[in-house]
Structures are given as C-alpha cells and as structure tokens.
Ligand binder design. Structure first.
Ligand code: ZN
Length: 149
C-alpha cells in the first residue's frame, strides 16, 4: 500500500491548501485534477459563489476543468508565482507533478497563469491579486499573456 503523500488543510495563503505528508521528489506525479470539463463561461458563472477561491483549471483548448463540480482535493492547490508543482495536460485530464523536491509539511503550489475573458481591468487584477509573498511575486495570479484575444 502506498502512503498518502498529500493532504488538504487550512493554508496561511488562502483558504485550504494542499500539503505534502511525505518527501516528494521532483517530477513525481502527485494527483489528477478532477472535475467537470466544461466551457469556461459556465464555470466562471458557477465560480461567483466560491468567494474568490479559484476552482477552475484552464485547458489549452479553451475549456476548463471545474473542480467545484465532482472535483477532488487538487482544487485546493493555491497559486504561487514560483511554484513547486506544475500541471501537465494529458487529453481531457490534468495531472499535478512536483517540479522541485518538496519536504513534508510544505504547501504545494502551482502557477495558475489565469486567463480571463474580456479586458483585464483594475477590478479583475484586484480579484486575482497574488499574496504568495515570493521574491519573484508578480502580484497577480493572471498569466503573463492574459490579454483578450
Ligand atoms: Zn505571487
């Protein structure tokens, strides 16, 4: 039997977070990002009630995985501008892999690199402000190329 390697618990960054229970090596696959695959518009609407916690994961084809619907604990992954995990797309599925060695007790982070529909106004920037506190923090959970197309 494999030991449970990660768990969700209260995070100092935002709401709940995912934490390592065991030492994790760079490159390890940790968890799949489960949820309903849907159009981004629908997910954005259902997200309104989630109090700023982002439970949707954008796929490269424009759809999203909505972790607030049939999701697992991967939805609790918080954003950091210098993350220790990354999301790897495989068809309709997304897996979270470690990019660095992670110690037990460390919180797991990915770079959300969020892309929003429409203009990135001050209000939008504020809504997705980053509080990761890293030295390379860009003060936003939005991706570098988060411009409307
Ligand atoms: Zn940051």
């Amino acid at each position: 039997m494999r030991l449970r390697r990660i768990t969700a618990r209260r995070s100092s960054v935002h709401g709940k977070g995912l934490f390592a229970l065991q030492p994790i090596a760079a490159g390890d696959r940790l968890i799949g990002y489960k949820g309903e695959v849907t159009s981004s518009r629908r997910a954005a609407a259902s997200q309104q009630s989630e109090n700023g916690h982002t439970f949707v994961f954008g796929l490269s084809d424009g759809r999203v995985i909505d972790g607030s619907r049939s999701g697992n604990s991967a939805r609790f992954l918080n954003h950091a501008c210098t993350p220790n995990c990354e999301a790897v797309e495989a068809g309709d599925r997304v897996f979270i892999h470690a990019v660095t060695a992670i110690k037990p007790g460390d919180e797991l982070f990915i770079d959300y690199g969020l892309v929003v529909d429409g203009d990135v106004t001050e209000e939008v920037r504020k809504m997705y402000a980053c509080h990761c506190g890293g030295s390379a923090c860009r003060q936003s959970m939005l991706g570098e190329t988060a411009t409307s197309s």
